[in-house]
Design a protein around this ligand. Structure first.
Ligand SMILES: Cc1ncc(COP(=O)(O)O)c(C=O)c1O
Length: 377
């Protein structure tokens, strides 16, 4: 599914030198390497402030708290994401309100969000938290029409979307604040846990910097309740090395996605979506956007049987995500039930992520598609 060693072999010398530098300077928490990464990351994304932190989950909480979301506020997000998209809202003391997804993009549906705002539940909503799922930016409505129309803040969950773009603008610069994850499987990855908040607001950036250090502006004087959410110097140094390559890696992912598309078409398996009948529904890139293919996710009817068939042939695949968030035991208290979000529930039954990482070889992709063709024959 993912061979991280191939990337490491190509960068071994540079990474070892960067790690050596941190050990020499002994700046283990924040420090000059984290600051250098923050500057480089901010200019890469075209955003005023980039603030390194300890994980994508912490970045989500910092972004929410940084824009002023707290007790009594409601935040709209998607039920079809990683758990942290919702748990971070609860951690900020706010109430998650879920809305269904668009079945083609798998991202939060603006029409479903409009429905909430037009109903009685819309009054407490202070923010919307769209997720750029699988490396595809959420609908442009979330960054233009919706904040204007309803006067709410927008926090991007950009954990899976380093380098993804709407026309002329990168993920991370679209909302009031954004959260990135550098978990080792991500397009830009640390050697452990790390994350980042981005924002164009000086005030939000200043607050996030304080919140990631227990709400301290002056050493040992705590103005508000923060947390220890700092980035390690080693992760900053490693990310600074990898940042130089991430655009080329994203280009490689785009080429791999185009090759998967061509291989499925040649095999006669591709069928129009959004819902599969006899064959495979391929993922789509919205016109004018830049998808960075964190995942290449197909939809099929007999998904679990296909996954077992591939596993027997030593072919990795993954399900992101098998159970929508409104049906998770830990979130029972939100009061949702099966049937509330039919598109998310159907996606959870049909999606299958295939291997995609920059160093994946053409022959390996052919093996994957040949095996899927065999399953369908
Ligand atoms: C969509 C999404 N949000 C949030 C996170 C949380 O990031 P982390 O694992 O770095 O805490 C992840 C990554 O796992 C993710 O995929």
């Amino acid at each position: 599914m993912l061979d991280l060693e191939r990337q490491y072999r190509g960068l071994q010398r540079e990474l070892m030198a960067a790690i050596g530098h941190v050990l020499e300077t002994q700046q283990f928490v924040l420090g000059e390497q984290v600051a250098a990464f923050e500057r480089a990351a901010g200019s890469h994304l075209g955003v005023g402030h980039a603030i390194g932190c300890s994980s994508g989950t912490d970045a989500l909480w910092l972004a929410l708290a940084g824009v002023g979301i707290g007790a009594g506020d409601a935040v709209i997000t998607t039920p079809f994401s990683f758990f942290a998209s919702v748990s971070a809202i609860l951690r900020a003391g706010a109430k998650p309100v879920l809305a269904d997804i668009d079945p083609v993009s798998f991202n939060l549906s603006p029409a479903a969000v409009d429905k909430i705002f037009r109903g009685s539940g819309g009054r407490a909503v202070k923010a919307v938290l769209p997720v750029h799922l699988y490396g595809q930016t959420a609908d442009p409505d979330f960054f233009r029409r919706i904040p204007r129309e309803y006067g709410v803040k927008v926090i991007e969950d950009a954990a899976q979307a380093w380098g993804a773009e709407l026309p002329g603008e990168k993920a991370g610069s679209l909302g009031d604040a954004a959260a990135f994850s550098f978990y080792p499987t991500k397009n830009l990855s640390a050697a452990g846990e790390a994350g980042m908040v981005t924002t164009n607001s000086d005030a939000i950036a200043e607050r996030v910097r304080a919140l990631r250090q227990h709400g301290m502006r002056e050493r040992y004087f705590h103005e508000e309740l923060g947390w220890n959410a700092r980035m390690d110097g080693l992760q900053g140094a490693i990310l600074l090395v990898k940042l130089k390559y991430v655009e080329a890696w994203n280009d490689a992912r785009r080429a791999l996605a185009a090759r998967y598309h061509a291989l499925f078409a040649q095999a006669g398996l591709a069928e129009p979506g959004p819902h599969p009948q006899q064959g495979v529904v391929l993922p789509q890139e919205a016109p004018g956007t830049r998808h960075v293919w964190h995942q290449y996710v197909i939809r099929v009817r007999r998904r679990d049987a296909l996954r077992d068939f591939l596993a027997e042939r030593q072919i990795g695949s993954e399900i992101f995500y098998p159970l929508p968030l409104h049906l998770q035991q830990a979130l029972e208290g939100l009061g949702y039930k099966e049937g509330d979000f039919p598109q998310a529930e159907r996606a959870a039954r049909e999606v299958l992520a295939l291997p995609i990482f920059p160093e994946l070889r053409a022959d390996e992709q052919e093996t994957v598609v040949t095996a899927i063709a065999e399953f369908f024959s």
